[in-house]
Design a protein around this ligand. Structure first.
Ligand code: SAM
Ligand code: SF4
Length: 327
């Protein structure tokens, strides 16, 4: 099988597919409060088109797929896409969701072949959750986590973006949540990808600081690290649950990056922070053959940059917002 290798020797194996740019939340670090137009429907890839492109990518060595958005559960009939993807023989098929409607969908997604879910949750306090997401729906997300576990979408990973000065006092509350519910809680460093220019390095709580705080109360044992962006830990006292940290800003893992991203309007991105992207929708709709599409993908991957330059003077935020890229 051909591999997708870039000029730094990295092999792409993991594909994030954004199925919509729409979202029912407005997380302050991700989307503006209002005034963001949605993609016109004709620009959005159909399920058949997503499957066609994914098949080509699987032929090029992609082995795991994660569906994302915007909020992927806002795309009607998502289980139909899951079912089509699960027929492609992937090693892993997962979904990143804000969880607000997961209680309704968890069972049908599991039956369609979804392996597991990552659920985003930045506060366990209802008032603060509403401040961060601009919607008062913490209970629904918690119900979604329970439903995912009951449906066997395991391990359930809870993604928590730590924003210095906003939710950092909840580190230990999230650790207790992991221990109580047997979830993997993963703390993500806040990245400059949101609406407006509000990000500053002062809003980043480093993974090192987070681990130090946790270890002082709940000693941790490090687990061997794979290609995943998260460094993972179990509890030394044998408690259920796990902790992970994703240090995208303070300790970038670009040298090990094995990810590609397909946006909901059909553009291939080789990096969250890339300033260029490859239009696959136009050739796909113009009747390009699988081999022609494969060649465009190979060329795009070959040109993947070495990594982001967050914190460096030359860093420029990409024009596409996170909600339009697919995190
Ligand atoms: N709506 C879904 C959700 O929230 O899980 C999927 C899309 S969201 C863009 C994917 C992930 O990106 C979420 O875990 C979210 O917290 C994270 N994210 C969004 N903006 C971010 C930022 N500026 N820095 C770090 N993570 C961010
Ligand atoms: Fe929506 Fe996810 Fe962005 Fe929050 S992080 S606004 S849930 S896309």
């Amino acid at each position: 099988m051909t591999s997708l290798i870039d000029r730094y020797g990295r092999v792409a194996r993991d594909l994030r597919i954004s199925v919509t740019d729409r979202c029912d939340l407005r997380c302050s670090y991700c989307m503006p409060e209002d005034g963001l137009d949605w993609l016109p429907p004709e620009q959005q890839l159909s399920f058949a088109e997503i499957l066609q492109l994914t098949k080509v990518l699987v032929g090029l060595g992609i082995t795991s797929v994660r569906l994302t958005g915007g909020e992927p559960l806002m795309r009607p009939h998502l289980s139909e896409l899951v079912s089509g993807l699960s027929d492609l023989g992937l090693e892993d098929l997962s979904l990143t969701t804000n969880g607000t409607t997961l209680a309704r969908h968890a069972q049908s997604l599991a039956e369609a072949g979804l392996n597991r879910v990552n659920i985003s949750l930045d506060s366990l306090d209802a008032h603060r959750f509403a401040e961060i997401t601009r919607r008062d729906v913490l209970c629904k997300v918690l119900d979604g986590i329970t439903a995912a576990q009951q449906a066997g979408l395991q391990p359930v990973k809870v993604n928590c973006v730590m924003i210095a000065g906003t939710n950092e006092d909840e580190v230990l509350a999230f650790v207790q949540f992991a221990r109580r519910t047997d979830c993997d809680v993963r703390f993500i460093e806040n990245m400059p990808l949101g609406a407006g220019t509000t990000w500053s390095s002062q809003h980043v709580l480093s993974s090192a600081e987070i681990l130090e705080r946790i270890d002082a109360s709940y000693p941790l044992l490090g687990l061997e690290r794979g290609a995943e962006p998260a460094a993972s830990y179990t509890f030394a006292d044998g408690s259920p649950g796990r902790i992970g940290v994703i240090s995208s800003v303070t300790e970038p893992f670009c040298a090990q990056c094995d990810r590609l991203r397909l946006t909901s309007d059909g553009f291939l991105r080789t990096c969250l922070f890339a300033h260029t992207e490859t239009d696959l929708r136009t050739p796909l709709r113009s009747g390009a053959t699988e081999e022609e599409l494969a060649e465009m993908i190979r060329c795009a991957v070959a040109l993947k940059g070495p990594g982001h330059a967050i914190g460096q003077p030359e860093f420029e935020q990409p024009v596409r917002l996170m909600s339009r890229i697919g995190g």
